[in-house]
Design a protein around this ligand. Structure first.
Ligand code: NAD
Length: 285
């Protein structure tokens, strides 16, 4: 029976550390780190995410500014808002909540690439992606960085392990590959075109699922004693979320497993808070 990695325990540890750093910054510089979140339109899921980020900021003494723009905002207006925040000395982190409503831009990267890399607390700007790949000091994407931090805090060794990531998105799968590689794992990235997926996942000492399909990873795909990190968030009923892993069956085989809800998701917000402080430090005062 697997040990359950409760996100709350790790997220609290990370946030307490952020709280201390924020206090030190306030004491030393008489200013609070500040995050600006831009939300466009009224996607209910995005509104919940933005509210959670706002609450986390308030709790830790980080200034939070939520900028709500109408669904009819033009690309140029949105870019002008980003430029304004880039130039605002009192804003240290900028985040554009995704997904953007259809029609504003052909590709979200048109918007994300406008954010000053030093304020890019989501870690999606090509400058930060490049630095992550080469192992330089970068603002790292929150969800994959949270998965790594959780394993480290839980005392799980990554070096020398076979790690298999399912999913190749720019937000989770690809950065996960690079962060595991930096920790000296041997990494395999699987995706929708991978043949014999089960043969691959069965080799995994560390298995990360970022697919977006409910209960996609079944017990027969998992090696005995493996660390199973479930990034998926799938709503299967109005009030029921499940991950990409068939939790009840897989926990009988795995050594460690993250639950959904209550797992990786909580780490994502905690790492965002840490990134706001890191962004503040990168910018200097
Ligand atoms: P995505 O849709 O961009 O990517 C999904 C990936 O899964 C693709 O790369 C695809 O190749 C792969 N895939 C699809 N079908 C497959 C199959 N049959 N076999 C193997 N691979 C397959 O999704 P994403 O943005 O990476 O998100 C993945 C999941 O993680 C979603 O459920 C999302 O809600 C969740 N998520 C959670 C957090 C968090 O904070 N916990 C953050 C981001 C995303």
């Amino acid at each position: 029976m697997a040990k359950i990695l409760e996100g709350k325990e790790f997220a609290t540890a990370i946030k307490e550390n952020v709280r201390k750093k924020v206090e030190e910054i306030k004491e030393k510089y008489k200013i609070s780190p500040a995050l600006a979140v831009i939300i466009v339109g009224n996607n209910p899921a995005s509104e919940v995410y933005v509210r959670n980020k706002h609450k986390a900021c308030e709790d830790l003494g980080i200034v939070s500014k939520v900028i709500e723009l109408s669904e009819s905002v033009s690309k140029d207006e949105l870019l002008a808002k980003i430029d304004e925040l880039n130039g605002d000395k009192n804003i240290h982190g900028i985040l554009v909540q995704l997904p953007l409503p259809e029609g504003i831009v052909k590709s979200e990267s048109e918007i994300l690439n406008r954010i000053d890399p030093k304020k890019d607390v989501d870690g999606f700007h090509p400058v930060n992606v490049g630095k992550m790949v080469t192992g330089e000091n970068a603002l790292l994407p929150c969800t994959p960085a949270g998965c790594i931090r959780m394993m480290e805090l839980a005392g799980i060794e990554i070096e020398g392990k076979n790690a298999v990531v399912i999913g190749r998105s720019n937000i989770v799968g690809k950065p996960m590959l690079h962060l595991l590689l930096q920790k000296n794992a041997t990494v395999t990235l699987c995706h929708s075109k991978t043949k014999n997926l089960k043969e691959m996942t069965k080799q995994a000492d560390i298995l990360v699922a970022a697919v977006g399909k409910p209960k996609f990873v079944t017990a027969d795909m998992v090696k005995e004693g493996a660390v199973v990190i479930d990034v998926g968030i799938n709503r299967i009923a109005p009030k029921k979320l499940v991950g990409d892993v068939d939790f009840d069956a897989v926990k009988e085989v795995a050594g460690f497993i993250t639950p959904v809800p209550g797992g990786v998701g909580l780490l994502t917000v905690a790492m965002l808070m840490e990134n706001v402080v890191r962004a503040f430090e990168l910018q200097g005062v």
